[in-house]
Design a protein around this ligand. Structure first.
Ligand code: SF4
Length: 465
């Protein structure tokens, strides 16, 4: 699901200060200028924004509290959904009135996709940088400071990953760590191989030293990120497999939870389940996007697995000793999806018993094979199917969540709803529990809470003291 995130340094607290306090380089000199990044998209995009913020901090910029006061305004967005381009241009239109004397940039997948057109449609933009070209950002920013105009970074031929000496982490409790960028699959509906370039993994030593620095800075939860995170192949001499890397990150002293997303079913092997079973620090939650329950549609999507092969992987998860929660992504209304194909997506919900489903209607994206496929499904039919699917999943979640009433979970508390007098935290299986407590200052604490009431999308409980 997409969400907007505004990067502002005022959000920093606790371990988030790591970004500035734990770098080897000398502290940047202040140049008196500030930046603001508005981010729209997935966790990869959010984490990219943290790294891009690091580029500006390293050059002496400070994070502005609002767009209005920023000298550099960046819009960072994905291009997964059809309306993304419209949103960008409408946002850039809103920024036009305050653009005078400022640097305005568009970064992310959509910048990669729209390229030079952005300058034509919004001439007040001076920087367009795609997500596979972020390594060029420091140089581009230097050129802008020297008076450069209309700088564009759209290379896809990089064989490197984008890392900065300073990553300005916005989430004080959960640290995102990229282990692999790009994608070598070619799903017929997806723009990512075009916008993020080919797959490239980070050396395991770099990942592990970042994990150790994060632990030293106070983080206890790490989420390893990649478009296809479980395709990870260590490019260094150690040649760690994904599972070996998982085990090593989980063994870093001070780290209590390790998550990873997103897994591709094709690279999902039984060893991953075995590792979770044997390693309590590895969270018992797997996000395994299926996209369709119909083998015929999966073939048209070029997903490289069948319904049966996917279900075999689910069977490994269900055979684990730990109760591992499973979530997925599903697209409805793919070109040529028959009523029978769609029914198979609905029956898959029951066959798997998902703990959560992110369902979307298909929308054609530029430069994808699927965008030229015949037999487009009418919009209203797509939305009908979406509603049917979501309704069935809602029922499944009610049934599953009702069974949790009376159970206690360890939660990492990440939210305080002061108006409701409730705290909220996530279990290792990624369940969200809203709970009451007689105690104060629970943010960032691990607590036990017992579920007293269930709703389809959340649980209510009380702290066990
Ligand atoms: S695996 Fe498919 S859907 Fe996922 S990023 Fe790669 S091409 Fe896109």
């Amino acid at each position: 699901m997409s969400k907007t995130f505004d990067i502002g340094i005022s959000a920093l607290a606790g371990p988030g200060e790591f970004a500035q306090a734990n770098v080897d380089s000398a502290p940047p000199l202040s140049n008196g200028k500030s930046f603001f990044i508005e981010t729209f998209g997935c966790q990869m995009n959010v984490h990219d924004a943290e790294k891009v913020a690091g580029v500006f901090l390293a050059r002496g910029y400070r994070a502005a509290q609002s767009i209005a006061e920023a000298d550099v305004m960046l819009y960072n967005t994905c291009s997964i959904r059809e309306k993304a381009a419209q949103k960008v241009f409408s946002r850039l239109g809103a920024w036009r009135g305050i653009a005078d004397g400022k640097i305005i940039g568009v970064i992310g997948c959509l910048a990669q996709q729209e390229g030079e057109d952005i300058f034509e449609r919004a001439p007040w933009v001076s920087l367009v940088c795609g997500s596979a070209s972020y390594r060029k950002l420091p140089q581009m920013v230097a050129e802008l400071e020297a008076g450069g105009r209309r700088l564009m970074g759209l290379d896809l031929d990089t064989d490197e990953t984008f890392e900065t000496e300073i990553t300005r982490r916005d989430n004080p409790l959960r640290a995102y760590v990229t282990i692999i960028e790009g994608c070598d699959y070619s799903c017929s509906y997806c723009v990512v191989p075009h916008t993020r370039g080919p797959e490239r993994s980070r050396p395991s030593d770099a990942v592990l030293s970042e994990a150790r620095r994060l632990a030293d800075a106070g983080y206890t939860e790490i989420q390893l990120l990649g478009q296809t995170v479980n395709s990870y192949r260590d490019p260094s001499a150690r040649t760690l497999s994904f599972v070996e890397l998982l085990r090593e990150v989980a063994s870093v002293a001070g780290i209590r939870r390790v998550r990873f997303t997103t897994s591709h079913p094709n690279d999902f092997h039984r060893e991953i389940v075995d590792a979770i079973d044997a390693t309590p620090v590895l969270c018992d939650h797997i996000h395994l996007p299926v996209q369709s329950g119909s083998t015929r549609v999966l073939g048209a999507m070029r997903r490289t697995y069948t319904r049966e092969e996917y279900l075999e992987k689910i069977a490994w998860i269900r055979a684990a000793r730990r109760l591992i929660s499973v979530t997925t992504d599903i697209i409805v209304g793919f070109p040529g999806e028959t009523e029978n194909d769609f029914e198979q997506s609905v029956t898959l919900l029951d066959a798997v018993g998902y703990d959560g489903v992110y369902a979307f209607t298909y929308s054609p994206r530029p430069n994808t094979t699927a965008s030229t496929m015949p037999d487009a499904i009418p919009e209203e039919e797509k939305y009908r199917r979406l509603a049917v699917l979501q309704d069935r999943q809602r029922q499944i979640q009610i049934e599953r969540n009702n069974k949790l009433v009376g159970s206690a979970f360890e939660l990492l508390v990440d939210t305080h709803h002061s108006a409701r007098g409730q705290w909220a935290g996530r279990s290792t299986s990624n369940l969200i529990v809203n709970f009451t407590s007689p105690l104060q200052n629970l943010l960032g604490e691990y607590v036990q809470a017992r579920v007293t009431r269930a709703a389809p999308f959340s649980l209510v409980g009380e702290q066990v003291i």
